[in-house]
Design a protein around this ligand. Structure first.
Ligand SMILES: Cc1cc2nc3c(=O)[nH]c(=O)nc-3n(C[C@H](O)[C@H](O)[C@H](O)COP(=O)(O)OP(=O)(O)OC[C@H]3O[C@@H](n4cnc5c(N)ncnc54)[C@H](O)[C@@H]3O)c2cc1C
Length: 318
């Protein structure tokens, strides 16, 4: 593209979306392969980056935060820690867990917080995604109010896409209130699968094959009432917090946790009701059915026909 055309295109982007987005669009819109780097805490996930790929950082900063509406507009390069600190100042939190990474990285990777039952799924919390397409256009998908949104559900598609469909520049995420009380309880005689029937909405139920941890959250009276119900199905005492999670995540259907292949896992902690199992051993690569592979390949070809976005990464290889 000729220089003057690029300049007028970037001027248009700056006018519509601000100078930070225009500067980012300028950096990622080349003929070359490009990858967005956050803090590289999950850098190798999905496969090693192809050699010769240019690495670019997304802009940072909280653009707008309205506690009453429980939404925050944030640039992708913002540290999750900085976002969560800003939210905590107003008594709120997000579905993004702080492990030293960026908001864009957390969304591109899409791993839910172990406390997902309490804080919610990342996929449900991203209300809007703004990205620079492979062709250099700035595209906005989704919106802050669910009822005004039509068309493809781009925010959900981008969660877990590992930067292979577009370069995320800004998102709107849903926030939720930090509960007044958070209480961890532990038992070594309860049936972990009975816990979710006994209490209304535990924020976490973890089970390592012998002990069960339960996180109750809410107002003091409600937490006490729920703790009383737990006492009816097992002997519980207060715990300091969550168990230590082994490093690897396995993915099961929640119902399959009752028949875990424990010999393959090594020491493990299972998230009851969710299906994630944190284990010492790595999960063998899952086979993806032919239909899903075809859909993924067609999507990739549609979003990135020249294969220049994060070459080498494949969201299905994890
Ligand atoms: C010890 C440890 C424990 C962890 N536990 C959890 C956990 O419990 N829950 C959880 O959710 N996460 C967890 N994580 C993962 C981590 O929090 C997220 O993956 C992290 O937020 C990724 O951010 P990053 O900035 O480091 O991304 P990077 O590692 O820099 O990037 C990851 C991928 O995303 C792509 N990417 C990054 N930014 C963008 C962008 N703006 N647009 C498009 N693509 C982009 C990159 O190209 C790369 O492919 C853990 C990480 C570690 C190291």
């Amino acid at each position: 593209m000729a220089g003057a055309n690029i300049d007028s295109r970037l001027a248009g982007i700056a006018e519509s979306f601000g100078p930070e987005t225009a500067a980012f669009a300028a950096e990622v819109t080349t003929d070359d392969a490009v990858s967005i780097a956050g803090r590289k805490t999950r850098w190798e996930l999905g496969g090693p980056l192809a050699e010769g790929t240019t690495t670019v950082a997304a802009p940072a900063g909280i653009v707008d935060y309205v506690p009453n509406e429980m939404i925050a507009t944030v640039r992708a390069g913002t540290l999750v820690a900085d976002l969560n600190q800003e939210l905590a100042n107003a008594g709120q939190r997000s579905a993004l867990v702080d492990r030293g990474g960026t908001v864009g990285g957390a969304i591109a990777v899409g791993e839910d917080d172990p406390l997902v039952l309490g804080v919610g799924r990342i996929r449900a919390s991203v209300l809007q995604v703004r990205y620079v397409s492979a062709e250099g256009d700035v595209i906005t998908g989704g919106g802050p109010t669910v009822k005004n949104v039509t068309g493809f559900d781009l925010p959900r598609l981008f969660v877990g896409s590992l930067g292979t469909l577009g370069s995320i520049v800004e998102v709107i995420v849903r926030t939720n209130p930090i509960p007044a009380v958070s209480r961890w309880l532990i038992s070594d005689d309860v049936d972990p699968f009975a816990v979710r029937d006994a209490v209304l909405r535990p924020s976490a139920v973890f089970w390592n094959g012998s002990k069960t941890w339960v996180l109750l959250e809410g107002h003091q009276v409600d937490v006490e009432a729920e703790a009383f119900k737990l006492d009816q199905i097992g002997s519980f005492s207060d715990a300091d917090g969550a168990p230590t999670f082994p490093p690897h995540r396995w993915s099961f259907a929640p119902a399959d946790l009752k028949a875990l292949p424990t010999q393959d896992l090594g020491p493990y902690v299972a998230s009851v009701g969710v299906g994630t199992v944190f284990a010492d051993n790595q999960q063998p690569r899952r086979t993806i059915d032919a239909g899903s592979q075809t859909i993924a390949a067609r999507l990739k070809a549609e979003f990135d026909p020249k294969g220049r976005l994060n070459p080498g990464r494949n969201p299905n290889n994890r």
